[in-house]
Design a protein around this ligand. Structure first.
Ligand code: UGA
Length: 430
């Protein structure tokens, strides 16, 4: 099938790579010329394991082409996926102007039937607006369908998630649209859930918000564990053994970040508000998540008392491992709070330092974890990169001014690390 992907961000590029890998011809469009030139040269605009190889293979096989012109994609393709960004506005609602713009551009260039598929994360009823817009601008007599096909990939394992989905959700209002999407997804051999369009839109916001709620819940329980001298690892394991709850997303830590959960939780609150429902639970989820970052600073302070002029080594800057993405990363807030209190910050992340340099140009960036810990009064782990858990504890202890670790991701075994001679605090563990 010939498929157009409008918007070459994380979702767009991964979707394009996977569709091409399954034998489709994919036409990728982005209005950022620099990004398109980079992609044509085989360079990725962000780090995602496996993406570059898959894109390069399919460029070579001529199954992926890149362009800045929506018109070319509309001329050539039967189905057009919209995967442009939908950033949060200060109110928490999403800015949908890119979706509107792309819908218009698609409409004016249509000469025959097209299926327009909304893949960006959008509030419920957005597809109605897309439909309305296309209807207004499409040449008379040209038919079309709009569908919703939300994406559930995780950064860092996006290719795996897209090639092996738990489920594929398609929200459609015609048999023709349903058939096209089912044909396209058949090679993925996954369960396809067909719904009405608004329900599909809601499934995405509700899924991400539910996962964020699980994380805030377990972080709240971890805080109670600390007060009660119980152990969150054991509590989370015990809870997760109930099949109705499950173990996933019950890892306590410094809270969630990234481009999805924070934005989707506030987006869901905003759309619910505008429909007349006060989504109070989700407001608490947000609050708990932000408090978790403050608790990290409080833990550091309770160990060092005055942080002013003390050297604090930050291990991990990305919002999670295996990505260079720092959007809404807890580490950024923690660093900001510590700098405001006069601390000196040394930092290291295997992938995300170049991005953080743009936010904090004046802190010290290190070549590795040991250099970060060198002469530090305290080290704080804020992202659970594998290489941190495997550090040589003896070496680490010898280079620190005061061997103190505040483990915001519970990567170390408390007994082992105390035996190695460290003062150690983690999240929700005695
Ligand atoms: C999330 C969802 O997991 C995807 O299904 C969804 O498609 C995606 O958002 C999206 O909307 O595009 P992602 O943001 O890439 O994916 O990352 P996750 O792996 O879900 O992690 C999100 C945050 O939660 C990270 O900061 C992570 O450290 C944190 N987290 C996760 C915890 O603190 N505890 C956990 O147990 C799990």
């Amino acid at each position: 099938m010939k498929i157009g992907i409008i918007g070459c961000g994380h979702v767009g590029l991964v979707t394009a790579a996977c569709f091409a890998q399954k034998g489709n011809s994919v036409f990728c469009v982005d209005n950022d010329e620099q990004r398109i030139n980079m992609l044509r040269a085989g360079r990725m605009p962000f780090y995602e394991p496996g993406l570059e190889d898959m894109i390069l293979t399919n460029i070579r096989n001529r199954r992926i082409v890149f362009s800045t012109r929506i018109k070319d994609a509309v001329n050539t393709c039967e189905a057009l996926f919209i995967s442009v960004s939908t950033p949060s506005m200060p109110s928490g609602a999403l800015d949908l102007s890119a979706v509107e713009h792309v819908s218009r551009e698609i409409a004016v260039n249509m000469r025959s039937y097209k299926l327009i598929v909304e893949k960006s994360t959008v509030p419920v009823r957005t597809c109605d607006k897309v439909h309305q817009t296309i209807k207004k601008y499409v040449p008379r007599g040209v038919s079309f369908d709009v569908a919703s096909n939300p994406e559930f990939l995780r950064e860092g394992s996006a290719i795996y998630d897209s090639m092996n989905p738990d489920r594929i959700v398609i929200g459609v209002s015609s048999k023709r649209a349903e058939n096209i999407l089912k044909r396209l997804y058949k090679p993925f051999k996954a369960r396809i859930i067909t719904t009405d369009i608004k329900s599909a839109e809601l499934i995405k916001h509700a899924s991400n918000s539910f996962l964020a709620m699980k994380i805030s819940f377990i972080n709240a329980v971890a805080n109670v564990c600390e007060l009660a001298d119980a152990n969150i690892d054991e509590v989370a394991y015990g809870i997760g053994m109930d099949n109705r709850i499950g173990h996933a997303f019950l890892k306590a830590g410094t809270g969630y970040g990234g481009s999805c959960f924070p934005k989707d939780v506030s987006g869901f609150i905003a759309i619910a508000d505008s429909l007349g429902y006060n989504f109070g639970i989700l407001k608490e989820v947000q609050k708990t998540n932000l408090l978790q970052r403050q608790y990290m600073v409080r833990k550091i302070e309770s160990e060092l008392w005055i942080v002013s002029n003390k050297t604090i080594g930050i291990l991990g800057l990305a919002f999670k491992p295996d990505t260079d993405d720092i959007r809404e990363a807890p580490a950024l807030d923690v660093i900001k709070m510590l700098l405001e209190k006069g601390a000196k910050i040394k930092a290291y992340d295997p992938k995300a330092m170049e991005n953080v340099k743009k936010v904090f140009p004046d802190i010290t960036y290190c070549k590795n974890a040991y250099e970060t810990a060198d002469k530090a009064d305290c080290v704080a782990v804020l992202t659970e990169w594998k290489e941190f858990a495997g550090m040589n504890l003896k070496k680490l202890k010898n280079i620190m001014s005061h061997p103190t670790i505040i483990d915001g991701r519970n990567i170390f075994d408390p007994a082992k690390i105390r035996k190695a001679g460290f003062t150690y605090h983690s999240v929700g563990r005695p």
